[in-house]
Design a binder for this molecule. Structure first.
Ligand code: PAF
Length: 284
C-alpha cells in the first residue's frame, strides 16, 4: 500500500500494531539502488511488515543546488520495491513537503553529545538537525521495531542511535554494510549524476581508503593523513574535501593511536560537481 499522508499512514500503522505485527523501517530519499534494496532485504527478513519512506528532505540540505539536483523517481522506486518484496507485506510512504512540515519547512535543533560537531556536521551546517527532524517525525508515524541504515553514512548511523536514545524511542537501529558498484564506488543516489567515466574514476576513493588502511598499520595517523592528501594532490579528477581518521565510537578525529581503540577513516571527495562520501574501518 502506498500512503501520501501521515494521517492515513498512522491509521494503517495502528491497525498493524493492534495485530502485533513487527515493523521494519527503511527511510530513504528515493532514487533507490541495490544499497537500499539490501537494507530492505534485512528489514523484510526479520520483520512481518516492511515500511519504506521516500522523501527528499529539504531541511537536511544546506546547499539549494544539491537539493534541486537530487534525483526524484518515486514511481520507479515504488515499482522496484514491489518487484522485490511484493505488495502484501509492504507499506510505502511518499509524502510531499507540506505533509511533513506544513507551510514551514524548518528543522528543529538537536544535541547528539558532540557527534554533530565533526566531519559532516562541521562541513554541512544544520544537516543533522534536518536529519533528526525528519527521522523523529518518521519514527513517530511508522512506529518501527527496527530501523535500518547503511554504514556509508556512518556518522548519520551513530547520530540516529543517539537520537532514539535521547528521545527514548523503543526502536532498535541496525547498521548494514556498504554496498559497492563493480568498480568499488559506494552506492549512492548521487552516483546517478555521474558520467560512466566519472563512476570509474571515483573508484579512486575506495582505493585510497584501502591504501590508508594498509599504511595505517605501520605509520602514524598524521603520516597516513598526509599520504592520502598527497594521493589526491596528484589526482586530476577528484577534489578532496576532507580525509579524517576518527575513533569509531565518538567520531572525534584523533591525532595519536591508542591501543584498544577502533579507528575509522572518513572521506569526502568531489567529481563532476558531485559530492561523494565513503569510510572504512582501519583497525579491529
Ligand atoms: O540517508 C538518507 O537517505 C537520509 O538522510 C534519511 C535517513 C532518509 C533522512 O532523510
Amino acid at each position: 500500500m502506498v500512503f501520501q499522508t501521515h494521517k492515513n499512514l498512522s491509521t494503517h500503522i495502528e491497525s498493524l500494531k493492534n495485530e502485533n505485527l513487527k515493523i521494519g523501517f527503511v527511510p530513504t530519499m528515493g532514487a533507490l539502488h541495490a544499497g537500499h534494496i539490501s537494507l530492505m532485504k534485512e528489514a523484510a527478513k526479520s520483520n512481518d511488515i516492511l515500511v519504506v519512506s521516500i522523501f527528499v528532505n529539504p531541511t537536511q540540505f544546506e546547499n539549494a543546488n544539491d537539493l534541486n539536483k537530487y534525483p526524484r523517481t518515486v514511481e520507479n522506486d515504488t515499482r522496484l520495491i514491489y518487484e522485490h518484496f511484493g505488495e502484501t507485506q509492504v507499506v510505502i510512504y511518499t509524502p510531499n513537503v507540506k505533509d511533513i512540515y506544513g507551510d514551514n519547512a524548518v528543522a528543529k535543533s538537536y544535541r547528539y553529545d558532540g557527534l554533530e560537531h565533526v566531519m559532516e556536521g562541521a562541513n554541512r551546517p544544520g544537516h543533522f538537525d534536518g536529519v533528526g527532524t525528519i527521522l523523529e517525525f518518521l519514527f513517530l508515524k511508522t512506529q518501527p521495531d527496527y530501523a535500518y541504515f547503511g554504514e556509508k553514512d556512518f556518522q548519520q548511523l551513530q547520530i540516529v542511535k543517539k537520537l532514539v536514545e535521547k528521545l527514548q524511542l523503543p526502536i532498535k537501529i541496525i547498521g548494514c554494510p556498504i554496498k559497492r558498484e563493480s568498480h568499488g564506488l559506494a552506492m549512492s543516489s548521487r552516483n546517478e549524476r555521474l558520467s560512466p567515466n566519472a563512476r570509474k574514476e571515483a573508484a579512486f576513493i575506495i582505493e585510497s581508503l584501502g591504501k590508508a588502511k594498509a599504511y595505517f598499520n605501520n605509520h602514524s595517523i598524521n603520516q597516513t593523513i598526509s599520504m592520502v592528501q598527497n594521493l589526491y594532490h596528484e589526482n586530476q579528477n577528484l577534489e578532496l574535501e576532507y580525509f579524517t581518521i576518527a575513533s569509531e565510537e565518538t567520531l572525534v578525529p584523533v591525532k595519536r593511536k591508542y591501543r584498544k581503540h577502533t579507528y575509522r577513516a572518513f572521506i569526502v571527495a568531489h567529481i563532476e560537481g558531485v559530492r561523494l562520501i565513503d569510510n572504512m574501518r582501519l583497525s579491529q
